[in-house]
Design a protein around this ligand. Structure first.
Ligand code: SF4
Length: 65
């Protein structure tokens, strides 16, 4: 068993939309919860129009004005 997350260089690790999914076999996946984007995009993500840092709602989320 390992606590290492895949693609540590990915922008997703700094995004509020990331959800870490672990399978019963111990595999780990990066799942995007931004509704307008694919759940499992090619990694590592370097730039993303949906990126939003952790913080209060409306502080960088996709589609806010
Ligand atoms: S919105 Fe972009 S940066 Fe954020 S988790 Fe989804 S794919 Fe990664």
């Amino acid at each position: 068993m390992t606590d290492e997350l895949p693609f540590p260089e990915s922008l997703c690790h700094r995004c509020r939309h990331l959800r870490i999914v672990r399978s019963a076999k111990g595999s780990c996946f990066l799942m995007c919860q931004e509704p307008s984007l694919p759940k499992y995009t090619a990694q590592p993500v370097r730039a993303c129009r949906g990126f939003a840092p952790p913080g209060p709602p409306g502080s960088g989320a996709l589609g806010t004005e």
